[in-house]
Design a protein around this ligand. Structure first.
Ligand code: PLP
Length: 392
């Protein structure tokens, strides 16, 4: 079955198309409304007003937190770096010589894991909380990693490989019981499922525009009122001295509009997208009952499906599907040309062979039933072809 004419994009966890309304909202800020929001002239003030409107829109989607708790950054990675390094540095400058320890989940994105490693080189103690076989970091697992000198815990809201949603409120409660602040990387979750930092006990939260229909190269960090962070960039002191650098006004405006649009359709989209994802899994399992669906029995992001298909390698499946114009991703991480099994799947206890046989299919708001049916049929067909050719 050829599908070249109408490509099917099912890699929304990597990135996705922008909301057309968010693109339209951005456009004037590249040309006639080009002011620098830090200035005092009229164009600057106009830009400033639009930035503040975007801040309000984002704050509203987070259980109406005060807009001043939202700080704009250059991406999700920067938000994660600012949260971890910024908080640790603030603690260290307030209490020089204090022993500092942090806990991060084993299944975090490299934006958190590599920051933790960086901090380790700076003398910070780091422990890793292990997930269960469904990718859930339980409060018990977190407790095992905590120490009396733990100052910060960072556990992602939802995982980018398998989609597992963490028991955030409980994890935040454990962190607070030890006197630590709780950071969550919500890059995959924000705009897709409801999040209420105040009600859930979240002190710091990172998100990224391009994961919810906004532009690339812009993100934000929520910082609970009263929490002090040290900046990681030195410069002009924008964003109330936390994030220096001229604000990316078009990006911020686009991200604010994307946050508003995502929140407006969230209830309906969650049900519809999860229904399509379940249909995909049913169709695949009906023909390939030996397939394992990861994290199926725990709370998952509505659009995420991670499956291990015995007898094939995920990469080959991805390549065959790509030739048919169906875009999915493998469950392994390709870094500098070398393919390694995903650290997430490994941490969940999957044997190496199963990690290599895993694919990730992630749906978006535009995904249709026809696309899902065509994808399931192609996946089944390509799996049989690869198995027959012993190309595994
Ligand atoms: N955290 C998670 C869970 C992600 O999935 C990603 C991107 O894939 C990031 C952080 C990094 O976000 P950005 O691409 O905006 O730097």
């Amino acid at each position: 079955m050829e599908n070249k004419d109408k490509p099917i994009y099912l890699d929304h966890a990597a990135t996705g198309p922008m909301w057309p309304e968010a693109v339209a909202a951005m456009l004037p800020f590249f040309t006639e409304r080009f002011g620098n929001p830090s200035g005092v002239c009229r164009p600057a003030q106009e830009a400033r007003r639009s930035v503040e409107e975007a801040r309000r829109k984002i704050a509203q989607t987070l259980g109406s937190v005060p807009p001043e708790t939202i700080y704009f950054t250059g991406c999700g990675t920067e938000s994660d770096n600012t949260a971890l390094t910024g908080y640790v540095n603030a603690v260290r400058s307030a209490e020089p010589g204090k022993s500092v320890h942090i806990v991060v989940g084993m299944t975090e994105h490299p934006a958190v894991l590599e920051t933790a490693r960086f901090l380790e080189h700076q003398g910070v103690g780091v422990s890793y909380a292990a997930p269960d076989p469904d990718g859930v970091i339980t409060p018990e697992s977190l407790k095992k990693a905590m120490r009396p000198d733990t100052v910060l815990v960072s556990i992602m809201y939802a995982n980018n490989v398998v989609g597992t949603v963490q028991p955030v409120s409980e994890l935040a409660a454990v962190s607070h019981a030890y006197g630590a602040v709780f950071h969550t990387d919500a890059v995959q979750a924000f705009g897709h499922i409801p999040i209420d930092p105040a009600a859930e006990g979240i002190d710091l939260l990172s998100a990224s525009g391009h994961k919810f229909g906004g532009p690339k190269g812009v993100g934000f960090l929520y910082v609970r009122e009263g929490l002090k962070l040290s900046p990681i960039l030195n410069g002009g002191g924008q964003e109330r001295h936390l994030r220096s650098g001229t604000l990316n006004v078009p990006g911020i405006v686009g991200m604010g509009e994307a946050a508003r649009l995502s929140a407006a359709c969230m209830d309906e989209a969650m049900v519809r997208i999860a229904g399509l994802r379940d249909l995909l899994e049913e169709l695949v399992l009906a023909e390939l009952p030996e397939v394992t669906i990861h994290s199926k029995n725990v709370r998952r992001l509505p659009g995420h499906s991670s499956m291990t298909i015995p007898g094939v390698t995920g990469e080959n499946v991805v390549l065959m599907m790509n030739l048919r114009g169906i875009f999915i991703s493998a469950g392994s991480a390709c870094t500098s040309g070398e393919t390694k099994p995903s650290h997430v799947l490994t941490a969940m206890g999957l044997p190496e062979k199963a990690c290599y046989a895993t694919v990730r299919i992630t749906l978006g708001v535009q995904t249709t039933r026809e696309e899902i049916e065509a994808t399931a049929a192609a996946l089944i067909e390509e799996t049989w072809k690869l198995r027959k050719m012993h190309l595994g």
